[in-house]
Design a protein around this ligand. Sequence first.
Ligand code: NAD
Length: 275
Amino acid sequence: MTTTAKLDMDTRMQRPLAGKTAIVTGSTSGIGLGIARSLAEAGAHIVLNGLGDQDEIKRTRDMLQESSGVTVAFDGANLMDPVDTAAMVERSERLFGRVDILVNNAGIQHVSPIEEFPAAKWDAIIALDLSAVFHATKAAFKGMKERKFGRIINVASAHGLVASPFKSAYVAAKHGVVGLTKVTALEGAEFNVTANAICPGYVWTPLVEKQIDDQAKAHKISREQVIRDVLLINQPNKKFATVEEMGALAVFLSSDMAASITGTALPVDGGWTAH
Ligand code: NAD
């Protein structure tokens, strides 16, 4: 192998997504931000999306751009709105010329027994955790199929595979995402467009932090008891997964080496769904 070819290979191995472009929804925080960081470090230009303080978002964006050397944009689309969701994809295509990787990650949660579950919370969770995945996929799919390259990564949950009490809307939405992922995989297969769902167990993020208080109220127990006896009760390794683990998996699923992996729901849950 010539020195130049070896250098090219080294660069490809270190920056396997060099020149690709990715939208990561809900990437102003938690898992989405972790995935955006990993994709950027692997060389992909990034569109961040999500809610939050605009100054803080700008700082995050500037830091990520500086540390990774890729272009990092921000799109503040509210994914509760199907029109804004599709427009986010169109704006990203205009900005970068194409969208190669779509990570549907934005999600919310509400914990309450069914008979007390507010109808408005049900509607909001279905709109963001499930319908927005469809609307963003629909907007990105045509271009991906035409260009014969696409990677759709849906951040579902272990709750896309199994259920827990008090999470009716979330479990319904995440099971829906796993089903939608399979359909997307089948329709994209001949076009080198893959679709996979990542199914994390508990990952330490602001979403989980909020649940601790909600669960403490629902079960009438302390925060420490919630962590030990509720959240990690089914996670055999008794550890929260990390956003870096989610990022590493997203990088691999986005790479050429994952071309044959499609339609899967991959648990990253310390053995939870092996029960
Ligand atoms: P988080 O609360 O830290 O982040 C959620 C992100 O979604 C934020 O960037 C927020 O601004 C964004 N968002 C919320 N509403 C939005 C809207 N209307 N439009 C656009 N963006 C919006 O949560 P997280 O824990 O990082 O969760 C990310 C995903 O991972 C979710 O889909 C969640 O269901 C899934 N998940 C999380 C865990 C966990 O343990 N943290 C486990 C399994 C699955």
